[in-house]
Write a protein that binds this ligand. Sequence first.
Ligand code: B3K
Ligand code: ZN
Length: 879
Amino acid sequence: MAEKPLTIYRSDYTPPNWLVDEVELHFDLDPETTEVISRLRLRRNPETEAGPLRLDGEGLELLGVRLNGRPLDDENYLRKPDGLTFPELPSPCLLETRVRINPAANTALEGLYVSSGNFCTQCEAQGFRHITYYPDRPDILARFTTTIVADQVRYPQLLSNGNPVARRKLPDGRHSVTWEDPFPKPCYLFALVAGDLVEISDSFTTCSGRDIALRFYVEHHHRDKVGHAVEALKKAMRWDEEQFGREYDLDIYMVVAVDDFNMGAMENKGLNIFNSKYVLARSDTATDADFQAIEEVIAHEYFHNWTGNRITCRDWFQLSLKEGLTVFRDQEFSADQVHRDAKRIEDVRLLRNSQFPEDGGPMAHPVRPDSYQQINNFYTMTVYHKGAELIRMMQTLLGRDGFRKGMDLYFERHDGQAVTCDDFRRAMADANGRDLSQFERWYSQAGTPRLDIRDSFDAKTGRYRLRVRQSCPPTPGQPQKESFHLPLRIALLDREGKEIPLRLQGEDTADGSDRILEIQHQEEEFVFCDLADRPMPSLLRGFSAPVILDYPWSDADLAFLLRYDRDPFGRWDAGQQLACRQLLQLVELIRENRPPAISPLLASSLGGVLRDETCESALRVQLLTLPSETYLAEQMQPADPGAIHRARQFLRRELAAELRQPLLALYRQLHQTDGYRCTPEDAGRRGLKNLCLGYLLELEETEFQQLAVAQYRQADNMTDQLAALQALCNSDVAEREELLNDFHARWKDQPLVLDKWFTLQATSRRDDCLDQVIKLAAHPDFNLRNPNRARSLLGALAHSNPAAFHRNDGSGYRFIADYVLRLDRLNPQIAARLVSCFNRWRRMVPELGEQMRAELERIQTDSKLSRDVREIVGKALNG
Ligand code: B3K
Ligand code: ZN
């Protein structure tokens, strides 16, 4: 029977009738039959009218119910597949339920499941209802006590939130541990782990002098890959004290790494559970990007302790309250660890490549959505990353000090509460005596706004006018939009590229050369005085708002900005626009079967960047990386992924041919062999070196291919080894097969490295890529049940290799759609992520778009489809 889509609306929120003060949980663990007893101390909510008690519960075998210690007959409650309803209960009361579950059969990895023989949980957003009957909503905060019973030999570690308060040896080789969490929390933050794991311990002394035990738990053979994550945690703890005055609150902080995990990690109170990808790293198994991602995710989960756990969400529509804010915090933390400028560009690139398309497609939703069918589908780029941009804009509008004041007030007012995005905005406004009411529209209106900027200069008066017009395209359910409040950071440059002191009309004297203009109306005009010549504007500096900017630059203007703008984002953006124009022209030529050719301006500008030794390596990498095929497809209507791919490859080859001397010289200069260091500087140098190698290999010359082969063979670290193999994997070099086999043989026992081996082949630029992927799906090491592995092959093809996925004959679509259906039976969350690769079918050239639609329709006819996939497919077809 097909589940009928049930839509949940934000406007339907009502506070709970019943509150839970205390929860006592008792787990008797066994892979196939685990028994869970839950005792809830309940009382009526004094702030609402009397009403029934509703407990969520799904897939639970109910063994018994007791009220105040006595068995309760089943006529006293209503039992449905999604929960229990008790029409009448005395208040206060003690309600006990006993259920049986099967963790080993849990392939959805939500609730209690088994990964590599160990038990672990994932409860956010609504996994707790797969463990026991409970009011599974984030606005019910209770104190948890958890007793875990299990076989002592197979499960020596028994972990849950808070502090261990009792340990017992039991008959039959079993033992038990009881944990108490003193902080009331919503059930989505509950966690349990049981297994045979090695404990790696360290400690941290907080600013007030308390000693915190840090404990990392991993499988025994991974014990030598935890050091980086431990250091990252300590840095994050210190940073949150220094930047936000926030100290850790419990005495123990635990992190567990598991191989089977749907997302990156989970911030359970005092017991984070991580995808092992974001914990385990050694220089020979993990790349510089992996090291950076680990630091970021460790920090993100740690920061949730204040932004998410101590102050949580009233309902799931408010998800960005914790996620947008915590992403902003981890971005700032990472910017302080690595190169701030390059990091900002990476964040903008991600937003443009992934969030803009979401905002322009059938899944477009406000940062605070109004409705959902499956909340798991709303852990999106919009909620996380556009949400982070909203926080950043508030900081830009209020200034760093004003923002900090707002954060302090937010913690002071709401610690221990479940609140809304409005509460956050109000704290920011009140702490600064500012009106942020219009800013609310960023939370309620979907779509990427556009700023059209035009200017004029009057030589007689020396006045320069900037006219700013904002608009926002319609999105599903929102045909009309109202104006946004946003900061537009600008500077004006003179002919030498120097910033000009700025005096706006009405001001007495010039004040600084970098300004934040506040935009609130649909049209705004700013008049700058005392200009000798027409200036060159530098607009949206630092990407001060998540918008699309339109200004009539000439190619020469863009080349000028790429060279002179002191704002690194401005430089990068100018280069991207210049390259984007060139690429779109090439696409047209290719589509018309005319000979492609490039203008010399781009090559000479990029040549300048390549030789600019004053520019940090990490920034040079960003400046020299062409816009992605996905981004280009968004700039073209209808999009032709095949032509885009050919155009981008053509441009890469032309640039390599044009710049071969400086590329080779730089490669040689940077290719030191004096040992690996995991520092931002060295990582930047490796990044630039490998970028040069990638370009050189486009030339398909033996000399360069041999450089890559040698780099692969001699590499003492995964960054260099993988970069060499990746470059070779794209070309026709004789050693290709041999090296791929070598890599597999070397790393077959390291799942995270083997994932890279799959991804490398799934993102290859070669024409035979899809055929290889189809073969790899039958490889003995491929495994649909492991989310990382499924993503490494299927996700990589569908989301990161447009040319192969959009093959003209539709075979890429059929292949992925088949796997969506297979995956949906096992793990709906992962299947829903995968199927979203079809969302943009309306933008594609019709011969492709129609085939994509046909696959969506085929998926939709499957009667057993999960709510997760059904929601995405339904929106893609109707949106
Ligand atoms: N809060 C978790 C995400 C849980 C996702 C559930 N489907 C990870 C994070 O954002 O930190
Ligand atoms: Zn988060």
